[in-house]
Design a protein around this ligand. Structure first.
Ligand code: ADP
Length: 359
């Protein structure tokens, strides 16, 4: 029902003024009215054509008869159309208002898609869209929080230790100075890694092929990666085992190193003290298969298909270093090599990441 507004006329008489129809309702009514006229016009054309076909002489009486039939039909159809347009408008108006809310950044809005009505499917799709957008927004906020956290921590420790060296440098022993400088160096490396990973992913996203391919020893590369991480796994008392077939691979060595360091680095990061990690390389006739398995905390079933998404972390508290970019970078590298990456995991039991590279 259109809302009415009470106004006062200049003569002092109270009268009711109709609010103008909203544009959506006006357009809907106009379309339905047009449709009515088109139908009535066609009916008249058919009637006259039939009359001509059967050579009936159309008299004024006939015309009067036709008009007296057409006019009530037109009025009836218009009334039906008005009711119909009001009915349709109700649902379209709800949809339009909900869309405006989403456009304004409110992703919590939902429409009633249970009730039987002509726009049920559209309402359902709208709800799915709002939910997806809400999820992306949540992930974006989570990423921004994570990024801020990841930036703040190294920056404040670099700042703290540099100030300490400046203010108390003269009174500090050589050993102490060295420790502080080592912290500053490793924290700035962490910052550089962070920026590097973000840049690498955006570069890989736009890259279509691997241009810089050279043959090299894959087993040697995997061994080197384990040595690069040895400080971290020995500190945690992790038993690190390798079983590697000799294998040559033709690819971009730097990118491949990034992939193995991500997988092995995660295994070390998510495996508690005293756990074990194994890396195997199988040289098969048409492919090379690398498996990095750990006895760490594992990944819940519902998280398994999301861990390769950008910025996704199962631990929302960011208690572990990282931004949820490592596995999306790894997946992209494997895709560019024409290979496949998959994961098997059980919560509390461990995870096993498998990479199959075509030869
Ligand atoms: P992050 O920087 O958080 O490590 P990744 O993209 O490398 O980002 O990993 C995404 C998420 O997948 C991690 O936050 C972690 O929850 C989970 N994950 C990855 N590897 C392992 C693993 N070996 N064991 C348990 N969880 C893992």
């Amino acid at each position: 029902m259109p809302e009415t507004k009470k106004t006062f006329s200049p003569l002092g008489k109270r009268r009711k003024k109709k609010e103008p129809l909203p544009p959506l309702r006006k357009n809907l009514s106009a379309l339905l009215t047009l449709q009515t006229f088109v139908v009535l016009f066609l009916v008249s054309v058919v009637a006259f054509s039939l009359a001509m076909m059967y050579r009936t002489v159309i008299t004024a009486e006939h015309l009067y008869g036709i008009l007296s039939m057409l006019v009530p039909i037109a009025i009836f159809v218009s009334l039906v159309n008005a009711t119909f347009s009001r009915y349709m408008y109700k649902y379209l108006d709800d949809l339009s208002k909900a869309m405006s809310k989403v456009a304004g950044g409110d992703f919590s809005v939902r429409l009633d898609a249970e009730k039987k009505q002509p726009f049920r499917e559209v309402y359902r799709d709208f709800n799915t869209m709002a939910e997806e957008l809400g999820g992306v927004e949540l992930m974006k906020n989570d990423f921004i929080n994570g990024y801020a956290h990841e930036l703040r921590t190294p920056i404040s420790s670099i700042n703290g230790f540099a100030e300490m060296l400046l203010k108390q440098g003269a009174s500090l022993g050589e050993e102490e100075k060295r420790t502080y400088l080592e912290i500053i160096a490793s924290e700035s490396r962490r910052l550089a890694d962070l920026a590097g990973n973000s840049l690498l992913l955006s570069k890989l996203d736009s890259q279509k092929i691997i241009a810089d391919k050279k043959p090299y020893s894959l087993d040697e590369q995997l061994r080197r990666c384990s040595i690069l991480l040895s400080e971290q796994w020995t500190q945690k008392g992790i038993d690190f085992e390798m079983s590697l077939d000799a294998a040559q691979y033709t690819g971009d060595q730097d990118l491949m190193q990034h992939l193995w360091l991500n997988l092995m680095g995660n295994a070390v990061k998510y495996t508690p003290k005293g756990g074990s990690i194994s890396v195997t390389l199988k040289n098969e006739p048409s492919s090379l298969t690398v498996v990095v398995a750990d006895t760490g905390r594992g990944i819940a079933k519902e998280d398994l298909d999301k861990i390769f998404d950008k910025y996704y972390q199962t631990d929302k508290s960011h208690s572990k270093q990282g931004l949820g970019l490592g596995l999306s970078i790894s997946k992209r590298i494997v895709e560019l090599c024409g290979g496949e990456i998959s994961v098997k995991s059980a919560l509390g039991e461990g995870s096993s990441f498998k990479v199959v590279l075509p030869k």
